[in-house]
Ligand binder design. Structure first.
Ligand code: LLP
Length: 495
């Protein structure tokens, strides 16, 4: 197949980071699941299954997930961290963050690959229970757990309840005491480290809803942080077994520095608490947040690199403090499931608008009068949108897309992939070069939609939420069926 002209000029409407691809048919490997490729006819396939066949069988929009890729990423993460920490604390417990994407099949894969499960609500616990994962391998998070959720955690004999506040510690202790049980508890602390993708900031205070502040003046008791007050209180409750400390510094983070700084701060605190209260805190959970590639300019570090950087810091900090290293755990969600999945959409309406923009040579007085220059932007509407992926709307998240049902030799055209909702902000991919012959009936694939897409999906405009198909070794099966109109209507009481 001849490829698109690589010499096409970039559109002045495109963001600086978006290059005109050399070949619009090529798949930028870091964004895609293993097993996704074009077949000889130019159509996108996953484990040999053509996307047009998947559409015929399951419809669109559709989340298409590679089970093998999920399992491989889960193992890779677990192996990388276990290797890096083997000599420090005997390895790492990896809790898959179910909030990123959860269903019973995924819980089973997680368990079969030797990982544990991080949940954040009673509903997520219900999925865990239905999948049959042992409670000992499950953690429960949340800044506002209900009594019912705490009871459920105790019913399921969870391995850890991650307590978020002093008030919650008290409630957990009382509920466990009333049941004649002991709750296994971690304390979620806010180490004052915030990270986002390429950078992190460190502050004394955390102005956010989660966790116990480590700042000295964060409680009524002068000089005692909320974190310390919680350690003192937890060690005093007979119905609480204080396992250790937890932090989570953000999401979609590429560089290890923020994780390393948070680990140092928590280890300082852990050592101080062990000495002051004559206790042992055997566990330290450093949360999730490892980033993935959504576009060709995203360059996440391999898990091994991050694991080794974190291990080096934990090793030297524990040596400096003269303490035995606690058992480390982590909670990756996006980094395991994000790239396993692409969303398949069918193209409908197309339209091209012309948009004012400064001419590329606007600095040159002899060039065209910049204010009169307009450039084309093509809107490519698909059969889903912000209801199956609200991340562009919520977080200004960038995605990428390719023409999936066929290859094309047409020239690149700056395009905006939009959904079918009654909102002008309903954008799926803000800026992407697609072949200019993209037409109604074509299929587009948007990679990197495994995390926080289905999980955040809605029924806005009464759209039915798409199903999730798992592909393994050349066969596809629904692991979550798509909603039907009946599903949409059956909670409407009509009274
Ligand atoms: N652990 C805790 C305590 C968390 O709060 C989270 C994510 C994770 C682990 C997993 O983080 P991950 O490895 O997936 O980055 N909806 C946002 C992301 C919210 C993350 C919430 N907490 C998004 O779509 O970007």
């Amino acid at each position: 197949m001849t490829t698109n002209p690589s010499t096409a000029a970039p559109s002045p409407l495109a963001p600086d980071w978006l290059a005109v691809p050399d070949d619009l048919n090529a798949l930028h490997e870091p964004m895609w699941a293993g097993g996704v490729e074009r077949n000889d006819g130019g159509e996108l396939t996953i484990d040999g299954l053509a996307v047009s066949d998947l559409q015929r069988q399951f419809g669109t929009p559709l989340f298409v997930m590679s089970e093998n890729d999920f399992r491989a990423r889960a193992r890779a993460f677990s192996d990388a961290f276990n290797d890096a920490f083997a000599d420090i604390c005997g390895g790492v417990d990896v809790y898959y963050a179910g909030k990123s994407f959860l269903c019973t099949s995924v819980v089973r894969w997680v368990e079969e690959e030797g990982l544990r499960l991080d949940t954040a609500s009673g509903g997520e616990l219900a999925v865990a229970a239905r999948a049959g994962i042992p409670g000992a391998d499950v953690a429960l998070h949340g800044n506002n757990k209900s009594d019912a959720e705490i009871h459920r955690a105790l019913d399921m004999k969870l391995g850890r309840i991650v307590v978020d506040s002093l008030a919650e510690l008290d409630r957990v202790a009382k509920i466990a005491a009333a049941r004649g049980e002991t709750a296994k508890v971690m304390l979620r602390l806010t180490p004052g480290v915030h990270a986002h993708t390429h950078e992190f900031i460190a502050t004394a205070h955390e102005d956010q809803k989660f966790g116990l502040s480590m700042a000295g003046d964060s409680t009524e008791q002068a000089g005692l942080s909320a974190a310390e007050e919680a350690v003192a209180a937890a060690s005093g409750y007979a119905s609480v077994e204080l396992l250790g400390l937890h932090c989570h510094i953000g999401s979609q983070i590429f560089e290890p520095d923020g994780f390393a700084l948070a680990a140092e701060k928590l280890l300082d605190f852990l050592a101080a608490m062990q000495a002051k209260y004559s206790i042992v805190l055997p566990e330290l959970d450093l949360g999730g947040g490892y980033g993935i590639a959504y576009t060709p300019v995203d360059t996440p570090r391999p898990a091994a690199e991050i694991a080794q950087a974190m291990a080096a810091v934990v090793r030297s900090k524990c040596a400096e403090l003269g303490i035995a290293a606690p058992r480390i755990s982590i909670e990756p969600g996006r980094a395991i499931v994000g790239s396993t999945t692409f969303t398949l959409y069918e193209v409908g309406t197309l339209k091209t608008v012309r948009v004012d923009a400064p001419a590329p040579d606007a600095g040159d007085p002899d060039a065209h009068a910049a204010k009169n220059v307009t450039y084309p932007r093509r809107y490519v509407s698909v059969d889903g949108g912000m209801s199956d992926n609200p991340r562009p709307v919520l977080y200004d998240a960038d995605y990428s897309a390719i023409l999936a049902s066929r290859a094309s030799a047409a020239a690149p055209q700056l395009s905006r992939v939009v959904g079918k909702h009654c909102e002008s902000g309903d954008i799926v991919v803000r800026d992407v070069y697609l072949p200019e012959d993209v037409a109604a009936g074509d299929l587009l694939a948007v990679p990197g939609t495994g995390a926080y897409c289905w999980a955040l999906s809605s029924n806005y405009n009464y759209l039915a939420r798409p199903g999730v198909v798992a592909v393994r070794d050349g066969s596809a099966r629904l692991i979550v069926r798509g909603e039907t109109e009946e599903d949409l209507l059956n909670r409407d009481m009509g009274v």
